[in-house]
Design a binder for this molecule. Structure first.
Ligand SMILES: C[S@@+](CC[C@H](N)C(=O)[O-])C[C@H]1O[C@@H](n2cnc3c(N)ncnc32)[C@H](O)[C@@H]1O
Length: 271
């Protein structure tokens, strides 16, 4: 289904909403009802998160790497993992992607995403699914967005392994919050058991464990430094082709090092 009639109807609705004050009031009310929002988006002239602590987010991040993604995604399939309110899913569809699937495990965010896409006249499929379940999709996508999710996971490497094993077809767009040293270091492939000094180097790959909260958020579990974010990507079998923004990486598929075995998932892996 190309979604055209659905798109046109939604576009007409969106125009109507823009046109009159009643429509705008209805949008404001729905935005309030669905809040709080993490994605700040303009829906029919109403902003969803104008007081966002990061500013106009995620636009301020998107604008720094948008130019590195092809303007024309005609014929491409896109999977947006941890899509939240759908900002990136909608941008991918605006560039003509033939199919965009946004997944998230949070019902409220999915409701926001469905509302935002519908009100903007954009046809995106949103589905409730955890990153740990992506094997069930049984599909590889030309582009997989995995933005702002890694540090929210208790099992970040498992998630990267699953992305590599099941869904990334060509390009992985990865982003993670980073903390610690932003500098890279050349490391040997191995060190003698008695060499402990390397671990004192702040540039050594480090994944900082947050037992309680960081930035008031109890779902921030693991914060990598730069070396660690890059090493984890390589270790999961991704080759880094681009680094258009300090936290964003463009990756292709590479051989998995050391014959990493992908576990078949038991039921109930925690989110
Ligand atoms: C910081 S937001 C990032 C949203 C968006 N990708 C972006 O970059 O702006 C993290 C999102 O990941 C989702 N998330 C966290 N853990 C997840 C999991 N295990 N499976 C799917 N989504 C998850 C959250 O619900 C939230 O929407």
């Amino acid at each position: 289904m190309d979604g055209r009639p659905q798109r046109d109807a939604a576009a007409r609705r969106s125009e109507r909403m823009n046109a009159d004050g009643n429509g705008r009031e209805a949008i404001s009310a729905r935005i309030r009802e669905l809040g709080p929002w993490f994605h700040n988006m303009d829906i029919g002239g109403v902003w969803t998160a104008p007081e966002h602590f990061l500013g106009n987010y995620p636009f301020i991040k998107w604008r720094k790497f948008a130019g590195s993604i092809p303007e024309d995604l005609t014929g491409k399939t896109v999977l947006d993992i941890g899509c939240n309110a759908g900002f990136y899913s909608i941008e991918m569809k605006r560039r003509g992607a033939s199919r965009v699937l946004g997944i998230d495990f949070d019902d409220r965010y999915l409701s926001q995403a469905r509302f935002a896409a519908d009100a903007t006249g954009i046809s995106v499929e949103f589905r409730k699914m955890s990153v740990y379940e992506i094997g069930a999709l049984r599909e590889r996508f030309d582009i997989v967005l995995f933005m702002g999710v890694l540090y929210h996971l208790r099992h970040p490497l498992l998630a990267l392994d699953l992305l590599r094993e099941h869904v990334v077809g060509d390009l992985l767009v990865f982003q993670s919050m980073q903390r610690g040293s932003p500098d890279l270091v050349d490391l040997d492939g191995d060190y003698d058991f008695r060499r402990a000094d390397i671990f004192e180097d702040p540039r050594y790959p480090k994944l900082h464990f947050v037992e309680h909260r960081y930035a008031g958020d109890p779902t921030n579990w693991w914060l990598p430094n730069r070396c660690c974010a890059e090493a984890m990507l390589r270790s999961a079998g991704f080759a880094i082709h681009g680094h258009p923004e300090e936290e964003v990486y463009f990756c292709g598929l590479a051989e998995r090092p050391h014959g990493v075995a992908i576990p078949s998932l038991p039921m109930g892996v925690p989110a």
